[in-house]
Design a protein around this ligand. Structure first.
Ligand code: FMN
Length: 212
């Protein structure tokens, strides 16, 4: 059997030691990210690394504020409570020594060029772009990054929750459209000695089907 330990040893890490991550290690993880597959090899991604703790805390603050703002908009108490319960889940990066921002640039499709001036073909166009390639591409890059981090002894966590505050995050770090759109945040650091176990997976039989 293939040795897939490098996959099984990754899990989401949400608590970090107060220890710096050397830049060369971060570059190695980012190199791994760039070895992910990308639609038509467009490599339509960008990565920004934040090592300034004040900036990381500032981002955590706007995420927490937006979180509460949304919770307070709930018409039903149970939704408000549920949203509030997830505040920690959306801000686990706040004490990380490093926060990596993953940006996706638009995925250029041939279908767009062909169909853009044909409103009668909107349904066809919508099907053609429904795979959201730029999102799948950045997801592949993030998974490579996470696997590299885990195998280098670091902890990390894929996070999209904070994206509800994207506009506020841009106010802190600036908006450069050539980077694309911010899609996910990944805190990185040396894991604390005691970390939560990886949640169980559904049985394979529940999620796999064959057509023979
Ligand atoms: C698209 C995506 C978004 C996620 N967003 C968050 C998040 O905002 N906060 C968080 O703590 N974990 C987040 N996670 C991590 C998941 O909770 C985690 O992967 C899942 O519970 C399985 O646990 P494992 O990564 O330890 O295997 C996200 C994961 C993915 C793939």
């Amino acid at each position: 059997m293939a040795d897939l330990d490098f996959i099984y040893k990754r899990k989401s890490i949400r608590k970090f030691k107060d220890q710096e991550v050397p830049k060369e290690d971060l570059m190695e993880m980012l190199k791994a990210a760039t070895y992910a597959p990308s639609g038509k090899n467009q490599q339509n991604w960008h990565f920004t690394v934040i090592t300034n703790k004040d900036k990381i805390q500032e981002i955590a603050k706007v995420v927490a504020d937006r979180h509460t703002e949304i919770a307070n908009l709930a018409d039903e108490e149970k939704n408000k409570d549920n949203m509030n319960k997830f505040l920690k889940y959306y801000t686990v990066f706040k004490n990380a020594p490093v926060l990596v921002l993953f940006y996706a640039k638009p995925y250029k499709t041939i279908e767009y060029e062909i169909l853009k001036n044909k409103p009668e073909c909107k349904d066809l166009y919508d099907i053609a772009i429904s795979s959201k390639s730029e999102i799948q591409t950045i997801g592949a890059a993030i998974e490579n990054f996470l696997l590299a981090a885990a195998n280098m002894g670091y902890g990390a966590c894929y996070m999209t929750g904070p994206i509800h505050s994207r506009d506020k995050i841009y106010e802190i770090i600036g908006r450069n459209e050539s980077k694309g759109e911010l899609m996910a945040l990944v805190p990185v650091g040396v894991p604390e000695d005691k970390t939560a176990p990886q949640p169980k997976r559904l049985p394979l039989e529940d999620v796999v089907s064959f057509i023979d």
